[in-house]
Write a protein that binds this ligand. Structure first.
Ligand SMILES: NC(=O)c1ccc[n+]([C@@H]2O[C@H](COP(=O)([O-])OP(=O)(O)OC[C@H]3O[C@@H](n4cnc5c(N)ncnc54)[C@H](OP(=O)(O)O)[C@@H]3O)[C@@H](O)[C@H]2O)c1
Length: 504
């Protein structure tokens, strides 16, 4: 591939390494000598060996649009002095506005590509993309620093040593490597190439903050990126915290999703109702996420990742505590959800979609559910050929009486679901279904996640006209749980006119 002319970016005086971290090889006024960046080996922001290196250059390939689940990104590729192609994945306005959200993500084949649970890399990458998409602007630098800079083969050797009892730090040392051999000079240069000199850094790793600062990028804030540990990486994350100084006790820590009394009470309540004798309908949990300004979706119903990683794990745990999970066809058309339990232990609930006109797409992910046939609830008016087609593709179509508006009658559907063994049902949206469920007082528990975002999108509920004050639905004895950066509010509905709601 051809390259652009290499860009040399002199650092401004203000960008000189800070906190006395300069040991050798740099001029006092900056970090450039002879036009080349003095990178040496920078660990924890300390330059140990100031050997001049070439600048990075942007490869002469056009920026490419990169549509990802969470949103549309742009990509640019940079040739590093290390002979590797580093990638910038970015979206939105990079130069105007508050400091940009930036993630320096070190390549991890096993975590990013294979989804290995030995580390949290894949989940951190996904969460970074989600956060940037949520913010509408930001950059993820995908740096080719496999295995904290020691390469894939050595990382696998280190894994074997870890299986013999060494931790990740001692395994690297045993193999003759530094615990962390990464250098953030390339990252700093790419950011500068993109015209970015101040960032909010999405990381738990203070070394990244020091490293980037050492190369003249102003880190205005560190934004924690804590992924709840899994049984397979708990020790690894513990070592990163204990021996490498990673800040895993930040607000988004897993402590907030570990069983706390208020959390236990919620799951105990669900278990209690699941164990009740036959009722007319399932115990119904209304669960959705909204922003601080009350939105449950972006503009034009574009999918919007609202809750953070910890809250998502919590939601998956909540799914696992239900027999069934229900959404409206609007949600399937816009989000193509799987409705499975992936980020918690437990069984997948039975997925159910309410779809009066059988608009269900034939390539929906729900048709590839790992162990359930999706139930599509429709009315007698549904096209029999469409029913046949969807059933041939693995769905089960339930014919349910229609309501006054010729849509699926939700009361009749619930009775049918109970007959089919669904003892409790989680309703995850979207707005039209939520509105109907609340209007008809068909829920027994609300679990609302509020994320610290202002979205300016679509409100969670359609406005209701002409309701009397006593018809308002109040949540009795609400409980408030911090879950990562989000707040979960849960409680049972109580209506001034008829007392607490409840499965009949
Ligand atoms: N923030 C969150 O937690 C969350 C969760 C889920 C979804 N969402 C967002 O919500 C948006 C989708 O919401 P939505 O309101 O368009 O769709 P929806 O509530 O998922 O589905 C509504 C559709 O369901 C069908 N339906 C059948 N019987 C019904 C009944 N009795 N009452 C109401 N609807 C019935 C109707 O279509 P037919 O008449 O064709 O049957 C209706 O248009 C998406 O943008 C999605 O991203 C957000």
């Amino acid at each position: 591939m051809t390259k652009h002319a290499t860009s040399k970016h002199a650092m401004p005086h203000s960008a000189a390494p800070q906190n006395g971290m300069l040991e050798s090889g740099m001029t006092e006024s900056g970090t450039l000598q002879n036009g080349a960046l003095q990178t040496g080996t920078l660990h924890n922001g300390v330059l140990h060996n100031g050997t001049p290196r070439n600048d990075i250059s942007r490869l002469d390939v056009p920026c490419a649009r990169m549509p990802i689940d969470v949103g549309d990104f742009q990509t640019a590729v940079f040739d590093g002095f290390d002979g590797k192609e580093h990638v910038a994945l970015y979206m939105g306005e990079l130069h105007d506005g508050p400091p940009l959200l930036v993630r320096l993500h070190s390549e991890c084949f096993t975590g990013d590509v294979l989804g290995s649970r030995r580390c949290d890399c894949g989940e951190q990458l996904a969460e970074s993309m989600r956060r940037v998409a949520s913010a509408g602007r930001g950059v993820i630098l995908y740096l080719r620093q496999e295995g904290r800079g020691i390469g894939l083969a050595e990382k696998l050797r280190a894994y074997n040593l870890q299986d013999q009892g060494l931790d990740t730090v001692d395994a690297n040392i045993r193999l003759g490597h530094l615990p962390d051999a990464r250098d953030y000079g390339v990252a700093a240069q790419i950011l500068r190439e993109l015209g970015i000199d101040t960032v909010q850094l999405l990381t738990n790793n203070p070394t990244k903050v020091a490293g980037l600062t050492g190369y003249g990028i102003n880190v205005a804030a560190r934004v924690p990126l804590v992924i709840p540990p899994r049984p397979q990486n708990r020790d690894y994350l513990h070592t990163k915290a204990e021996r490498m100084g990673h800040l895993l006790d930040a607000p988004a820590s897993h402590d907030n999703v570990a069983p706390a009394p208020a959390m236990d009470a919620l799951f105990d309540l669900l278990e209690h109702h699941r164990a009740q004798p036959m009722t007319a309908r399932p115990f119904v949990t209304l669960s959705y996420a909204q922003s601080l300004d009350g939105c449950a979706a972006g503009v034009e119903d574009r999918p919007l990742a609202i809750s953070g990683g910890a809250a998502r794990c919590f939601t998956h745990r909540l799914r696992a505590a239900h027999d069934g999970i229900l959404v409206g066809i609007g949600t399937v058309l816009s989000d193509d959800p799987s409705l499975t339990v992936r980020e918690a232990e437990g069984h997948h609930p039975q997925p159910i979609v309410v779809d009066s006109r059988l608009r269900f797409p034939i390539d929906a992910k729900l048709l590839s559910h790992p162990d359930r046939r999706v139930w599509i609830a429709t009315t007698h008016r549904a096209d029999p050929q469409r029913v046949q087609r969807l059933e041939a593709l693995g769905a089960e179509v339930l014919i349910v009486p229609a309501d006054n508006a010729d849509r699926v009658d939700l009361v009749a559907l619930m009775a049918q679901l109970r007959q089919r063994g669904v003892r409790n049902l989680m309703i995850e949206g979207g707005g039209r279904i939520l509105t109907q469920i609340v209007n008809r007082q068909l829920f027994d528990l609300l679990v609302l996640t509020v994320a610290p975002l202002m979205v300016g999108g679509v409100p969670a509920f359609a406005p209701r006209q002409g309701l009397l004050r006593q018809q308002h639905t109040r949540i009795a004895q609400p409980r408030y749980l911090p879950v990562g950066e989000d707040l979960v509010v849960w409680g049972r509905p109580q209506r001034a006119d008829n007392g607490p709601g409840g499965a009949a």
